[in-house]
Design a protein around this ligand. Sequence first.
Ligand SMILES: [Zn+2]
Length: 282
Amino acid sequence: MSFDLDARTFSFKDMKVSISSVDGRLKNIALDIGDYQKNALNGQGAKSAKIVYNKKHNCFFIHIAVDYAAECIVPSGDVIGIDRGLYNIVYCSDKFRYSGKQVMHKRRQYVKLRASLQAKGTKGAKKLLKRLGGKEKRWMTDINHQISRKIVDNSNKGDILVLEDLKHIRKRIKLAKKQRAVVNSWAFGQIQKFLEYKAAEKGILMTYIDPRYTSQKCSKCNCIHKSNRNSHLFICKECGYTANADYNASCNIRMVYMTHEDGLMSKSPEATPIKVVASPRL
Ligand SMILES: [Zn+2]
């Protein structure tokens, strides 16, 4: 259960909220929040929020939306290309990678367990099925936090993270659907979301590119050939360059940015205000 609040039904002052309810105005409700949320909300004139009921904890959460203009950061550091995929969830051009092997294995276990519970069809099985879905999502969310944290920890203020546009990844995942138990496409969107706010906190920029040919192109001699990619290995038909296919793709993603720098600059996050959502517990 959740409902939206706007400037008429919600106000925020001194880390306290007032909300309109069917029983009249509930005034000055203190927020149970940590330092991160306090910093994000400090001095903000929040005008909208969402109330969400959490059944498990039997309490309400409030998501308060604040707009703040990020500090203007000049791209001055390293450019890191990030390839996202199924075999490696991420492979960065600085050679950091997170293998998708364990994730795929666990996803398969969940798929099997779900199938057997569905076959059972009892009330208890249905209940368990619901719990399982939540558990799987929390597990994947935790992994996505770890991945994004590691990438940001490996980078410095002024660095630029270059990723391929999410819609292209979604297309690829659809094609790979024949393989059962692949990583859900929402997981890639989530990594992106986590990366965006963690990078913004540290002054790291992010930009997105059209990934055309990044998997077929040789990052050493630029030769594009379909058969350059041989499953997980990239072997260039032209110059013989051999590398992990996802690593080669990450170098190409980086190069797209390097060669089209001017055109892509306007897309970098410093040009637009960043929306931060703090979710304190009421
Ligand atoms: Zn080559």
